[in-house]
Design a protein around this ligand. Sequence first.
Ligand SMILES: NC(=O)c1ccc[n+]([C@@H]2O[C@H](COP(=O)([O-])OP(=O)(O)OC[C@H]3O[C@@H](n4cnc5c(N)ncnc54)[C@H](O)[C@@H]3O)[C@@H](O)[C@H]2O)c1
Length: 251
Amino acid sequence: MILKDKTVLVTGASRGIGAALAKGMAEAGADIVITDLEHEANAMAAVAGQVEAAGRRAMCIPIDVTNKARVEEVVAEATAEMGQIDVLVNNAGVLKLSRLDALDEATWDQHFDVNAKGIMLCTNAILPQMKERGTGRIVNIASLAGRQGIEQQGHYAATKATAITLTRVYAQELGNQGIYVNALCPGIIMTEMGQNNLQKQEDRDYWAGATALRRLGEPEDIVGPAVFFASDLSGFVTGQALNVCGGLYFH
Ligand SMILES: NC(=O)c1ccc[n+]([C@@H]2O[C@H](COP(=O)([O-])OP(=O)(O)OC[C@H]3O[C@@H](n4cnc5c(N)ncnc54)[C@H](O)[C@@H]3O)[C@@H](O)[C@H]2O)c1
C-alpha cells in the first residue's frame, strides 16, 4: 500500500499499459482518475470497475491531451472531485508505422501533438497545485524507441526522445519545489500498440528471443516501476528514464 490515499491521474487509461497502471496503482492504495478519449467511455468504465474492486475510488473523465482548454478543465474537475492530484502519469500515446521518407505531415503532427505536446499540457495544468503543496510526482511513459530510433517509427521515436528530454528538464526546473519527474521506457509490451508490428508469430519469437529474459512484456510489467517513481521509494531519483524491456537494450 505504498500509494495509500494518494490520487493518481492516468492519461490513456482505458486499455493497455494505462489500464494496467490504473488497476495496479489502485492495488497499491491509490484512488484513480481514469482519462481517455471520449469514445473510450465504456472501456474507461470497465477499468473503473477494476479500481473499485481493489477498494479504491475511481473517476472517469474524457480528455484529449492535445486540447489545452480541455486538459485544464479535466484537471480542475478531477481536483474538485478527488481533493487533489498527487501523481500524474502521462501515458496517452499514438503509433502509426511509416518510413520517414513516406511520412505525411499530418501523421508527424499527430504524433508530436499527442506524445510530446500532450505531456507538456497535462504537466503544466497539474503543476500549480503541486507547487502550492511543495510535493508531486510526474511519471512519463516514453519508450525504448526514444533511446534508439527504430525503422518505421522515426516520427514516433522522435516524440519519445522528446518525452525523455522533457522529463530531464522538468526535473531540473521543479526539483527544488519537491516535484519529481521521471520516465519509463518500455520495450515491447503486448498491447494493441505493441502488437502493431508483431502480427506474425515468428516476429514475436524473434523479439522475445532478443531479450535477456526471453519474453515480451505484458502491461502489468510496467506497474512496479511506475509505483516506484510515483512513491517515496524513489526519494532521491528525478530526471531519470528507466528501461523496462526485459533486457532488450542496455543504455
Ligand atoms: N506497447 C508497447 O510496446 C509500448 C512500448 C513503449 C512505449 N509505449 C507507450 O506506452 C503508452 C501506452 O501505450 P499502449 O501500448 O498501452 O498503447 P494503446 O494504444 O493500447 O493505448 C494508448 C492509449 O492512449 C489513448 N490516446 C491516444 N490519443 C489520445 C489523446 N489525444 N488523448 C487522450 N488519450 C489518447 C488511447 O485511446 C489509448 O487508450 C504510450 O505512450 C506508448 O507510446 C508502449
